[in-house]
Design a protein around this ligand. Sequence first.
Ligand code: MF3
Ligand code: CO
Ligand code: CO
Length: 287
Amino acid sequence: MFFNKKTRRNWHLIKGEPITEMDRKILFFQDRGKLCPKRSLIKTPEQIEGIRRSGVVNTGVLDLVAQEIHEGMTTAEIDKLVYDYTLDHHAIPACLGFEGFPKSVCTSINEVVCHGIPSEKEVLKEGDIINVDCTTILDGYFADASRMFIIGETTPEKANLVKVAKECLDIGASVCTPYSFVGDIGYAIAKHAHKNGYSVVRDLCGHGVGLQFHEEPDVLHYGKKGTGMLLVPGMVFTIEPMINAGDWRVFVDADDGWTVVTEDYKPSAQWEHTFVMTETGLEILTY
Ligand code: MF3
Ligand code: CO
Ligand code: CO
């Protein structure tokens, strides 16, 4: 017999130490059957500073890509920019070698949802929309962010998808207050996507981040308010909605085992930031 998620009691008092205000608040929710974080998910101020420093390099990488990206460039050239800049700043590209991923960054064009592999054979052309997703490790701390870029001029449909996907990220972040739930984020994101006639990818999600690439909790971009993990000050996680112009269903390219593509081949857009929950709300660590 196994405990199910509902009966998992992750939060424990520390023997011999006084009960804090945070303990009281978390236990209030845990006693009502809510999923609470393990204590190890609450980062120390020192760890948060480390992730913030990693975020500065990560932002520098994406700013460089923003400056350099152009029609006629290959995605392998983007990969080289990311690799060189990251190493020049005494950091490591987390993607390189992660579960066998062969490059330093993910480049996902048009109907590619995420995890696109940079290639010398892939040339950016006018009208493409591309997500560049970069994770940086500095002194052991992980920061993860991605942006969309539009190559030259694109169709109004694709431009609007890129815009609404960004709004989904911003709205998801804005509803996130201390002692709210992961499900509140997903609810707000899906509502905004659907209002615009778009769908939300369900098979991939955001995640805790900072000391490892992917930590608890899973940050789903759809869902019900008041469900999922309780969000407590000190938690660090990404929000990274993948918004599809057509159906939400996706598949993984069997040839490379990585590239995630929309089932109907309609375009998809994604933006991502790493955030820390503070006493007053979310703060972005990848600006
Ligand atoms: N950066 C992606 C994320 O947001 C993960 C990429 S894993 C890789 O979680 F191996 F494809 F690089
Ligand atoms: Co991520
Ligand atoms: Co990412």
